[in-house]
Design a protein around this ligand. Sequence first.
Ligand code: ADP
Ligand code: MG
Length: 727
Amino acid sequence: MNQSTRRYDTLAAAKSWNSNQNGSSSKPTMHVTEIFGENTLTLDELKARMPKAAWKALEKTIVSGEQLDLDGADAVAIAMKDWATEKGASHYTHWFQPLTGSTAEKHDSFITPNQGGGAISEFSGKDLIQGEPDASSFPSGGLRATFEARGYTAWDPTSPAFIIENQNGSYLCIPTAFASWKGEALDHKTPVLRSMDALNKQAKRALKLFGVETNRVISTIGCEQEYFLIDQEFYYRRPDLMTSGRTLVGAKPPRGQELEDHYFGSISDRVLSFMLEVERELYRLGIPVKTRHNEVAPSQYEIAPIYENCNVAADHQQQTMITLKRVAKKYGMECILHEKPFDGLNGSGKHTNWSMATDFGMNLLEPGDNPHDNMQFLFFFAAVLKALFKHQDLYRASIATAANDHRLGANEAPPAIISAYIGEQLEDVVNQLLNGGLKKSMKGGLLGLGTPVLPELPKHAGDRNRTSPFAFTGNKFEFRAVGSSQSVSFPVVVLNTTVTEAIDELCDKLEPALKKQSMNDALAALLRDTFKEINPIIFNGDGYSEEWQVEAAKRGLLNLKTTPEALPKITDKKNIKLFDKYKVLNEREVHSRLEILAEQYTKTITIEVDTTESIAKTMVYPAAVRYLKQLADTAEEVKDLGLDASGAIDMLKTVNDALNRLSDALAKLKKVQEKSHNESVLKHAKYMQENVIPAMNAVRDAVDFLERYVADDLWPLPVYREMLFVK
Ligand code: ADP
Ligand code: MG
């Protein structure tokens, strides 16, 4: 079979997908309130199933983080096992988040053989609290010498257990942390929990100054997940999508997204069926998804939940990514979470909305409607900006991946320069504070300077500036530079920890001042000093513009364009001190993260290079050669007929030149790869970025050129217009 027939068959198969094909036995209607949380073990359900005393002990663990003893754990284990087996689960797994950024499971059966040769169902408190996955295959960044390869998992009682179903059975997933035997974090969850504790302490301290007593302050997040859907027929004919999650070659479609009114357009039947099933599955897992819509690029979509406590939300975010991928296959599609699957088209992000709230539901970033609440708001608002200003490097590093490098600064996503958009009203407020007085233009003035209330802040006005990596959007900050495929945990850890420090430092100044001054005066002075210091981080203009690059440099802001530039900042002295002071990560843990992130970067690029090479050599080169032969034969025959063959010869030259360029580019790519790397993993990453990526891009250029010239019926790969416009 020649290429054309195969590729056109693929296209036909993709087009012929129909709604009867999917395996779903879903009912046409969805009763959300009936199914919400049915596959998750809520605290209410657990309480109902536990002896009173045991429940009280567990409650203490959940609320104040006290250790649960083994008896207590046994009681939980029994309740949990009963619930899970009633739901048809045969196995359980400690579900954890290794530093690869995805999730890991090792399943164990509830069944244990007994002496009589039968089997009994067993699951003890010990099994619940602690597990020992064979951890040697997970990255530890030097934290775990091989002789102590077995890390352990520890139950996180603050995130509910849940059930994963399959048509042939189901199993119980128990959210856990993952650590080395020395107690060092090998995962993403542990530092999230530690940073929540740190934030809680400092935020409560600050609230006390404002006369607010609360048991606990948590940070809340809501993540807007962007993704692409591609028909599987195409996916499996694209080795690059399969190995790297993005197209490594491929010419831009003639009809770009500029001409597509895809955004907020109607959603195709097949995609809608998919979305409805995803939502039903997420509801059943107790994940409060709220919005769905088309995104900017063709075949791009978004799903967003209602915000939750950041630990639970981060777990739910992982479950959402898994569910999107799993359900897409049932509809003959592949869900692509990569930050930049298609060159020249909008990439995907995961806007991470972040705020802080008390246990009675007071949002600390909600501007109030009385002077007292507004002072409190301005305090926390300033703390976040102070954190961002001081630790731009960490915010940048927390989103640094090979994949996100394609997106940041690509004039469609936030630039790599970290700054904050705060909207005009708040900028006005900040300016007034800086000028130390009030303007008549503002109704009445400000705070202790005379004003009863802040101007009414439009909740959504802030969202319209899409060019900022970090935007205040009415009652929360939106960290927009976060990548679509990454775990949100590290960005959240950075947010929680840096804001903890900022609150701590502000309190250190405010507390003594309050002994001498009124709150109004002390706070006005503190805010004035603070905003003066951090003013360069505020930028309401166009983040995509050339001028901003220049202006940001003048302001002394960092512009860490690539991952190898951003990552080393993680281990800067100030950052090691920060994480250590708030007991979020010790020095070794910080170093291990750098090591793993740098290693992931080089691994990603290595896979991309290998795949690009193989596609170019084994798919594109042969197609081009065949076409060249056809052209040469044709030119010959035309000439034999005594006719002018210049058309065929022109084309022959063009294709031949491109083929030579491809050969050269492949030879250069091979050469840059030959260098062996026994220096540090960071140096290796830098080498990849400076030498290997450009060489790989040169191969792509030649391939993409050929795609525009080689006969369509010889071209071996599904092309952009096929993949993106067949839904
Ligand atoms: P927009 O679409 O304009 O960005 P939305 O109100 O739809 O704004 O919110 C987007 C995301 O922000 C949602 O996931 C939402 O739950 C989340 N969000 C709203 N308020 C908060 C908050 N206080 N803390 C964290 N996330 C929040
Ligand atoms: Mg948003």
